[in-house]
Write a protein that binds this ligand. Structure first.
Ligand code: KG4
Ligand code: ZN
Length: 337
């Protein structure tokens, strides 16, 4: 079975073809970041319009790269939510129309489920059940995964997502947009422990997160500093240390609470090297194993959507002809396969 995947939930147009026999055949991501950078954040209307311009040419390119014709495609998967409504509608309308025109089924995919399943595109994959830490620009979630579509939320952020906190702190330090990766690159130049940031919500039981306080702490440190390059790097170091430490503490707690020993980490922030190293270390110490997507599949892409779509289509799931998107969508509502 060959599935065309379409991701347009935010500011990346991601297209891929996944084949059940041969794996991922081709994929492409077009990032709108340069266009939004001028405004310091994603402008939803501009995002939708750019998806309209880019999606179809990218689909043609990916089909050519994959060496498949339209007639070879057995199903279309598109991101149906959560995300920006206009951007989602572009992918859903295009995906639904192509499927209708080609007389094949379409399936709407949950963006965070696609992130969660992205490590399954690698050679060594986790076995159910496992714990997933999903860390992106919009979500920070700890989930117990008993199977595809069997997701039990153990904890989530009560305010900013961790990626959002990275971006806001980076913006405040003048590191551009989206600043998460830039802040992570600057952090190693900072002096270790020059600033001490709090570890929000670790001293009370539970698996919830809060990241908006870290951002405020960063602002206060910056205002009281010399406001030079060294201060920027010192704050980047301390912010990343606190954010990563908080995620690691909660992962350990979730693993202990559930008795599970496999951890999947996915979403844009799973590209963070410090997070990857520290989680790798604790999982090794505890005879467990951690699974990450390859670097290019940490952030938004079509491959993860094509793969999630394949799993659901081969289980017989598909959409009706109506176009439905869900800007807000709880993972726990998904059906099991
Ligand atoms: O999953 P994603 O591409 O889009 C959403 O679904 O939100 O995640 C994007 C987020 C942004 O907040 C970005 O700053 C963050 O992931 N990010 C990072 C790193 N790379 C991307 N944050 C920290 N360290 C990184 N290396
Ligand atoms: Zn994402």
């Amino acid at each position: 079975m060959k599935v065309l995947g379409i991701e347009t939930s935010c500011d990346e147009t991601g297209i891929a073809v996944y084949c059940s026999e041969r794996g991922l055949l081709a994929h492409q991501v077009y990032s709108q970041v340069d266009m939004h950078a001028e405004y310091g954040g994603t402008v939803p209307e501009l995002a939708s319009r750019d998806h309209i311009r880019k999606a179809l040419p990218l689909i043609k390119k990916v089909l050519a790269d994959a060496g498949v014709k339209k007639a070879d495609i057995d199903g279309v998967a598109y991101t149906a939510g959560p995300g920006l409504i206009g951007a989602l509608l572009v992918g859903a309308t295009l995906g639904g129309s192509l499927a209708y025109g080609w007389n094949i089924p379409a399936i709407g995919i949950h963006h965070m489920e696609a992130h969660l399943l992205a490590p399954m595109l690698e050679e060594e994959v986790p076995q159910f059940p496992f714990i997933a830490l999903l860390v992106s620009g919009g979500h920070t979630l700890l989930v117990q995964v008993d199977g595809v579509g069997q997701y039990h939320t153990l904890g989530e952020s009560v305010d900013d997502a961790v990626g959002e906190a990275f971006d806001k702190t980076a913006r405040m330090l003048g590191l551009g947009y989206p600043g998460g990766p830039a802040l992570a690159r600057l952090a190693p130049k900072g002096r270790a422990n020059f600033y001490k940031f709090p570890r929000p919500m670790v001293n009370r039981p539970g698996l919830e997160f809060s990241f908006s306080g870290l951002k405020t702490h960063a602002i206060n440190c910056w205002q009281a500093s010399e406001q030079d390059e060294q201060a920027k790097a010192d704050i980047a170091w301390a912010f990343q240390d606190a954010a990563v430490d908080t995620l690691v503490i909660k992962c350990r707690r979730a693993l202990k609470q559930t008795g599970l020993n496999q951890l999947v980490v996915a979403g844009g922030v799973s590209a963070n090297l410090e997070l990857r190293q520290r989680l790798g270390k604790i999982m090794k110490e505890n005879n467990g194993k951690v699974f990450f997507p390859r670097h290019e599949f940490c952030s938004d892409n079509g491959a993860m959507v094509a793969y999630a779509g394949y799993l659901r289509l081969q289980a017989g799931q598909y959409e009706t002809l109506s176009i439905n998107v869900k800007p807000r969508w709880n993972m726990a509502e998904l059906s099991a396969i």
